[in-house]
Design a protein around this ligand. Structure first.
Ligand SMILES: [Zn+2]
Length: 167
């Protein structure tokens, strides 16, 4: 079940994704939340420099490994604008983090890219549970999918950028 608190954290993920896009990066954002509801960290993609492993879910998993006990990790939730890619899902599984809640699925993103004629990503859009069979995963969240789709549309249709208000 997606709660109001879940939606609030997911909206923040979409904001972070928008920030990434505004700073010239790919629109993915994620938030790490402790079992008691405390926000522990947030991040967005940092792949514009050329390192395409710099996904927020990967960064948060490595942060969790350094700063949280196994029990704290298991009780935590990772919110994210787009479902973990296989690399990030694996990191999540290795580190032993808890629930994942995503807005748009990897399959949805792959279908948008295909629709727009954008070359497919070099890594397969496997569902998280294909990589981490016991993961607790919720999504897509229809209320916010259009917002995430719009960010990705803007990334791949840069003409739309000029129509945006300067910040
Ligand atoms: Zn990833």
């Amino acid at each position: 079940m997606i709660s109001e608190a879940d939606l609030r954290h997911l909206r923040r993920c979409v904001e972070l994704a928008a920030q990434a896009l505004a700073s010239g990066d790919e629109p993915f954002g994620s938030v790490l939340v402790a079992g008691d509801g405390t926000v522990l960290g947030e991040d967005h993609n940092h792949v514009a420099g050329g390192d395409h492993t710099r996904h927020p879910e990967f960064a948060l998993a490595r942060w969790a490994a350094r700063h949280m006990t196994p029990a704290e990790r298991a009780a935590a939730t990772v919110y994210t604008s787009g479902e973990h890619c296989p690399m990030c899902a694996a990191a999540h599984g290795w580190v032993g983090l808890g629930r994942i809640v995503y807005v748009a699925s990897g399959a949805q993103l792959a279908s948008w890219l295909a629709e727009w004629g954008v070359p497919a990503a070099p890594v397969a859009a496997l569902p998280v549970t294909a990589v981490v069979p016991d993961a607790v995963v919720e999504g897509p969240v229809p209320e916010l999918v259009d917002d995430v789709r719009a960010l990705h549309h803007r990334l791949h249709h840069p003409a739309g950028r000029t129509a945006r208000r300067p910040e």
